[in-house]
Design a protein around this ligand. Structure first.
Ligand SMILES: NC(=O)c1ccc[n+]([C@@H]2O[C@H](COP(=O)([O-])OP(=O)(O)OC[C@H]3O[C@@H](n4cnc5c(N)ncnc54)[C@H](OP(=O)(O)O)[C@@H]3O)[C@@H](O)[C@H]2O)c1
Length: 251
């Protein structure tokens, strides 16, 4: 099999489950040295073990992205271990359900700081090294929610809309320094909350009628899109939002 990320040092936030775990496994199968992260140590270590058992290379660094020292440490650990950071994938997210006016100050801080703040700060920490290297790629796992607002997850949607401009500004300011930045915008995916059958039943109409393709997407479909954007084949792709949503944003 052609290895599209051979020897690339890849840091991913939130590899303890879902799309982050799926990307970690796929990227490692494509030759990447994966530095995964998250708060749930056991789950993170289990993903690393699976990668190593399959002949890949991976490390887990326990990280709460709301803690700046831990977030900086995640990036520094990759560079200290491998001498460089080729790719940062911002993926960690928190999506509580609450109508807009019921959010408290603490709700607002947690949602915005997790979903947007951590993407901003991890990018700043990684760019320091990428600019010295004169190469690097940042991929933001965004959401269809960046474009399509639905009731009950407004604070999350505000953060996700911000990620699109984060993607554009990095793409614009650092392209001449050999750095690319893009985002993947998943629709409804069989991961996170949708792993719960009760949530799938509650969201049946959104999945079947609110998505032209009429089904949930898979973790593999998102991971493959991410792999393409991070491969050399996509060197001319910069500042793009890649919607993998079965057409959901069109409804
Ligand atoms: N599933 C969908 O339908 C869907 C749709 C659109 C977009 N997305 C996006 O896809 C990405 C992955 O989501 P998912 O569906 O795979 O959900 P998931 O399985 O719940 O994964 C979320 C990840 O974020 C990590 N995380 C959350 N808060 C964190 C914190 N404070 N510090 C460190 N890590 C933290 C979690 O790790 P710990 O809990 O171990 O810390 C976990 O690994 C997110 O950006 C999400 O917005 C998903």
């Amino acid at each position: 099999m052609e290895q599209k990320l051979k020897d690339k040092v890849v840091v991913i936030t939130g590899t303890t489950s879902g799309i982050g775990a799926g990307m970690a496994k796929l990227f490692a199968a494509h030759g990447a040295k994966v530095v995964g992260s998250g708060r749930r140590q056991e789950k993170g270590e289990a993903v690393v073990k699976e990668i190593i058992d399959n002949g890949g290379e991976a490390t887990f660094v326990r990280t709460d992205v709301l803690d700046q020292e831990q977030l900086q440490n995640l990036i520094d650990t990759a560079v200290n271990k491998y001498g460089r950071i080729d790719i940062l994938v911002n993926n960690a997210a928190y999506e509580p359900t609450k109508v807009f006016a019921e959010n408290t100050y603490d709700d607002y801080r947690k949602v915005i700081d997790t979903n947007l703040g951590s993407y901003i700060m991890a990018s700043i920490y990684a760019l320091k090294y990428m600019r010295e290297q004169k190469s690097g790629k940042i991929l933001n796992i965004n959401s269809v929610t960046a474009e399509q607002v639905v009731p009950g997850v407004g604070m999350y949607a505000i953060a996700k809309a911000g990620i699109t401009n984060l993607t554009k500004i990095i793409a614009l300011e650092y392209a001449k320094e050999g750095i690319r930045c893009n985002e993947v915008n998943p629709g409804l995916i069989m991961a996170g909350a949708f792993e719960d059958p009760a949530v799938r039943e509650w969201a049946h109409d959104a999945i079947v009628n609110g998505t032209p393709v009429g089904r949930l997407g898979t973790v593999e479909e998102i991971a493959n899109a991410a792999l393409y954007l991070l491969s050399d084949e996509a060197d001319f792709v910069n500042g793009t939002s890649f919607y993998i949503d079965g057409g959901r944003r069109l409804i």
